[in-house]
Write a protein that binds this ligand. Structure first.
Ligand SMILES: [Zn+2]
Length: 89
């Protein structure tokens, strides 16, 4: 599981008729995740889970292997992190 982003959001679909103070207008947290099947999913999470998901956030990068010079898409936590090349394993 790869976490792309965590953000606070509102029910935008209701924005035109939004009346503040109603429970429906409360903001909530969502995590954008790429699951094990490479599928992009938007998952609603509770405020308590936010630090947990934030720690797992990865950035999508196009990486080039130093050994075989193939480029591939990898997810890194920071720019110094090394990702294993899928071609040379
Ligand atoms: Zn390689």
């Amino acid at each position: 599981m790869i976490v792309i982003s965590v953000s606070k959001t509102y029910h935008n679909a209701q924005s035109r008729r939004r009346k503040w103070g109603k429970p429906r207008c409360k903001p909530f947290w969502v995590a954008y995740i790429v699951d094990n099947n490479e599928k992009f999913v938007r998952k609603r999470i509770s405020a308590l889970q936010v630090p947990f998901y934030k720690r797992k956030i990865c950035h999508r990068r196009i990486l080039i292997c130093r050994d075989c010079e193939n480029s591939f898409v990898g997810y890194v936590k920071n720019d110094t992190e090394e990702v294993e090349c899928p071609y040379c394993g």
